[in-house]
Design a protein around this ligand. Structure first.
Ligand code: PBG
Length: 331
């Protein structure tokens, strides 16, 4: 129900800043943000990533500094991704199980320095560890095999939880991995370690800069369409989410972000679970390219896109702009 002009003038409440603030339906705060960070080996190392201008890989000491920065900015969670040295990558990605791998070193160092003042979310998938860049084990026909991969992911998740990870985030899109990981976490003394499932993850053209960042881009042959979702599908995303919730996911993610706002909206309407979006590397890079080309204002573009995620129903967003946006919001 709404009134008629001129008794009702919708511009009335828009006329001043105080009134716009009063009538704002959605807010964005630093506590909505999850900051993805790339870990590299060495000490005192910062490696800028050419296709992600403004984002660097950091050695563990630098990652700890970023974690402290996040705490100061009011960002509740950081997400870690490793750039595994080439010589430690293998067909089966066994380095994912090494209790002293880059991820585990970074998790431990952050937890030692920051304790529970920040949550550490860790990626579960084999692509940063395999010599072929696929997220799982590849058979002779070139197919990523499901159940054998799930067994690997379970060990990877427990390895990360043992190191102190707070949220396990499987990004691999194998069937059945959420239930298998949940059972293993319970059996291994980690009942309070959460799972944020990449439930609806699409085979997207927006992931290119990320693959450069973790060093899998040059290795990957072919695509990931036999496990990541077809961008044409939406009903199927709801089935993916339903299964992951049934298997024990504490929260679910839709990825990429902006091109999939309809999925976020439908997931939020249908299920009573926390929903997150991953504004992925290509989305970040496009905003930076617009700024560099003088065709848009970075800050305004970022804030508009992030509020769109909140409006669509997200509880939070993974974004490479997290620290920048938190600084903007903190004024
Ligand atoms: C792979 C993974 C990808 C991202 C996160 N985990 C890319 C892929 O599926 O190849 C993408 C993140 C981004 O683009 O920012 N497990």
């Amino acid at each position: 129900m709404t009134g008629h002009y001129p008794n009702t003038r919708l511009r009335r409440t828009r006329a001043t800043g105080w009134s716009r603030a009063l009538h704002r339906e959605t807010v964005l705060t630093p506590s909505d943000l999850i900051w993805p960070l790339f870990v590299t080996s060495g000490t005192d190392v910062e490696e800028p990533i050419a296709t992600l201008p403004g984002v660097s890989r950091w050695s563990v000491d630098g990652i700890v500094a970023r974690a402290k920065e996040a705490v100061d900015l009011g960002i509740p969670v950081i997400a870690l991704f490793p750039n595994t040295p080439r010589e430690l990558r293998s067909d089966d990605g066994a380095e994912a199980h090494n209790p002293d791998n880059l991820m585990c070193q970074a998790i431990k160092a952050i937890k030692d320095a920051c304790g529970d003042s920040i949550g550490v979310l860790t990626d579960v998938a084999l692509d940063p560890y395999t010599s072929h860049g696929q997220d799982g084990l590849v058979n002779d026909a070139g197919y990523v095999v499901n159940d054998e991969t799930v067994a690997m992911l379970v060990d990877q998740a427990v390895n990360q939880a043992n190191a102190g990870a707070d949220i396990i985030a499987p990004s691999d899109m194998m069937d059945g991995r959420i239930g298998a990981i949940r059972r293993a976490l319970e059996m291994n003394g980690h009942p309070n370690v959460q799972i944020m499932s990449y439930a609806a993850k699409y085979a997207s053209a927006f992931y290119g800069p990320f693959r450069d960042a973790v060093g899998s881009g040059g290795l990957l042959k072919g695509d990931k369409k036999a496990y990541q979702m077809d961008p044409a599908n939406a009903d199927e995303a709801l089935r993916e989410v339903a299964m992951d919730i049934a298997e024990g996911a504490d929260s679910v993610m839709v990825k990429p972000g902006l091109a999939y706002l309809d999925i976020i909206y439908r997931v939020k309407q249908r299920f009573d679970v926390p929903v997150f979006a991953y504004q992925v590397s290509g989305e970040y890079a496009m905003i930076e390219a617009a700024q560099a080309a003088g065709i848009g204002d970075r800050d305004a573009l970022v804030l508009e896109k992030l509020i769109a995620f909140k409006r669509a129903g997200c509880n939070g967003v993974l974004t490479y702009h997290a620290a920048h946006v938190a600084r903007l919001l903190n004024g």
